[in-house]
Design a protein around this ligand. Structure first.
Ligand SMILES: NC(=O)c1ccc[n+]([C@@H]2O[C@H](COP(=O)([O-])OP(=O)(O)OC[C@H]3O[C@@H](n4cnc5c(N)ncnc54)[C@H](O)[C@@H]3O)[C@@H](O)[C@H]2O)c1
Length: 276
């Protein structure tokens, strides 16, 4: 019960890493606020938590909306009376990404296969609005959620923990499309900056930089032509994708008192990707 008595707000809690984190945190005693842009997915997470005997509540939140983020924080305070932990798992791999819409993701990915042969086209095809959309959800969304939740952490006098979800793409340009790698690199810098400005308030801010984890976002990787797929897995010493629980466990560590002297750090559960 490492989060007993704590209240955790999780953006993007409707699916993948956010959902696994919500379930894990609830099993450790946290009351969980599940925020997501897709109401059905968020409600499903709440159901999963409550079926296991945990406490969870859903609030609709578009990560890019300032007012939604403030409403999310207000919901946490009204429902559970505090905010001790924030995990920012809302994110997209590309513009127009819809978690759960596999057909759309496959269509998007099919176009990207051309970039293996013609890498310059990735730059030449890039639409500025698409770039901005990914930056907005991944980067602005992280910033806005922190801005909305931090006042309650400061007012409580007992500090708190923020866990951002970056990626190996924060440090490696081959780990995603152009807008994605730029957004994750910026999330990592934002994490370090927040750690510096919030340290005196007793708020620890750390990032997780996952490798390739088996969620909706990475399902299409297995559609890469065979030769390249073999090369893809050869770059991961453990030879497999991770599973969402492996990220939830990392988030649990960073959110808990066990990580009491960690701030401004990034942990890479990546199967050894960064041993290169
Ligand atoms: N899966 C991976 O391999 C991997 C690796 C590194 C980092 N990440 C990051 O982890 C985070 C979660 O991704 P995932 O793999 O769990 O994908 P996912 O699609 O399973 O979950 C993403 C969640 O974010 C929500 N979301 C999307 N746009 C939103 C918005 N505007 N406002 C609020 N919620 C929104 C979705 O509805 C969904 O519930 C993302 O930031 C992603 O970049 C994933």
């Amino acid at each position: 019960m490492r989060l007993e008595g704590k209240v955790a707000v999780i953006t993007g809690g409707g699916n993948g890493l956010g959902r696994a984190t919500a379930c894990r945190f609830a099993r450790e005693g946290a009351k969980v606020v599940v925020a997501d842009i897709v109401d059905d997915l968020g409600q499903e997470t709440v159901q999963l938590v409550t079926e296991e005997g945990g406490a969870a509540s859903f609030v609709h939140c578009d990560a890019v909306s300032t007012s939604d983020n403030h409403a999310m924080a207000a919901h946490a305070l009204d429902t559970y009376g505090a905010i001790d932990v924030l995990v920012t798992a809302a994110g997209v791999s590309h513009a127009g990404y819809k978690s759960g819409d596999q057909e759309a993701s496959v269509k998007w990915f099919a176009k990207r296969v051309d970039y293996f042969e013609n890498p310059a086209n990735e730059l030449l095809d890039l639409d500025l609005d698409d770039f901005r959309q990914v930056m907005a959800i991944n980067l602005d969304g992280t910033l806005l959620a922190a801005q909305a939740c931090v006042p309650a952490m400061i007012e409580s006098g007992s500090g708190g923990a923020i866990v951002t979800i970056a990626s190996i793409a924060a440090k490696h340009p081959d780990a995603g499309p152009i807008p994605y790698v730029c957004s994750k690199s910026a999330v990592w810098m934002l994490t370090k900056k927040l750690a510096r400005v919030l340290g005196r308030s007793g708020i620890r801010v750390n990032a997780i930089g996952p490798g390739f984890i088996d969620t909706h976002m990475t399902k299409m990787i297995d559609l890469i032509p065979e030769e390249r797929l073999t090369q893809f897995y050869a770059n991961i010493p453990m030879g497999r994708k991770g599973v969402p629980d492996e990220i939830a466990n990392t988030a649990l560590f960073l959110a808990s008192d066990e990580a009491s002297y960690f701030t401004g750090e990034i942990l890479h559960p990546d199967g050894g990707f960064f041993t290169e």
